[in-house]
Design a protein around this ligand. Structure first.
Ligand SMILES: Nc1ncnc2c1ncn2[C@@H]1O[C@H](COP(=O)(O)OP(=O)(O)OP(=O)(O)O)[C@@H](O)[C@H]1O
Length: 250
């Protein structure tokens, strides 16, 4: 994997809020088709980092490189134009609207008369939900009529529609039950085949060990380390998160 060029490279990122240092010297490469988990206790800096990558906050210093280009994510629109999409916990779906309108929210396809090209949007939505196996009754279904898992599936499908390079997932299954979580994890897993880089925040170490290729640990704004999932275990990661040495289970 390391022989492949990273799709996203963060180098020496720092973020201060006044006297508070939210992120101190953070560096990470994400490769195409790789899932990296970002873990750490409350206040470790995970959300701040996602907001920096998605253009919500400007870093105080450091560089962000997409493929070979050093970019300034001065706004969420600019981050999106570089192929970065984020799925937040609150999903940002329009509850009263259909799945297909949500898929194209703010980026609707219009025909040469400037009218909404509903046919194309519906067909594209159907194709994508089929490919990702997001089980919804139809692209016409209204968001408020869907279950939490279906909504999360739609939010990820929308990110997949637009993300050329990277999808950032902030606790994608925090509000879901066991079966819905399994389904969403399947969808996230399937992003690997699309060569998209994924950065996922999760408080569930079980989930992190199921999904991630690598695990990056933050503690109070400091980057404690990055481990390959196959070469670490929960004890080590918990020790890194808390700063306490874990005892081997006797
Ligand atoms: N807009 C802000 N203004 C001032 N301080 C902030 C701001 N956003 C975050 N912080 C501080 O930065 C640090 C990191 O917060 P952040 O929300 O990124 O952590 P987190 O790891 O996402 O936590 P959680 O798991 O609770 O969401 C905290 O000390 C927080 O108080």
């Amino acid at each position: 994997m390391s022989s492949q060029k990273p799709v996203l490279s963060l180098k020496d990122i720092q973020k201060h809020f006044g006297a508070v240092t939210a992120i101190e010297n953070f560096s990470l490469d994400i490769h195409p088709g790789e899932i990296v988990a970002l873990v750490g206790d409350n206040g470790a800096g995970k959300s701040t980092l996602i907001k920096i990558i998605s253009g919500v906050y400007a870093p105080s210093s450091g560089t962000i490189t997409i493929e070979d280009e050093t970019v300034s994510m001065a706004s969420a629109e600019i981050a999106r134009s570089h192929g970065i999409e984020v799925v937040y916990q609150d999903l940002a779906l329009a509850d009263q609207q259909s799945v297909y309108m949500n898929m194209f929210l703010g980026r609707e396809i219009t025909n040469r008369f400037g009218l909404l090209d509903r046919k194309t949007m519906i067909a594209e939505t159907q194709k994508l939900v089929d490919e990702l196996d997001v089980r919804i009754p139809s692209p016409h279904a209204t968001i408020r009529d869907l279950s939490g898992g279906q909504r999360q599936g739609v939010a990820i499908a929308r990110a997949t529609r637009w993300a050329k390079k990277v999808i950032l997932l902030d606790e994608p299954t925090a509000a879901l039950g066991v079966a819905e979580t399994a389904k969403v994890e399947e969808i996230v897993e399937s992003l690997k085949a699309r060569n998209i880089g994924v950065l996922i925040i999760s408080h569930s170490l079980d989930q992190v060990f199921r999904l991630a290729d690598r695990i990056c640990v933050l503690r109070r704004g400091q980057q404690i380390g990055i481990r390959e999932t196959a070469k670490t275990d929960k004890n080590e990661i918990i020790g890194m998160i808390t700063g306490l040495q874990q005892q081997d289970a006797a």
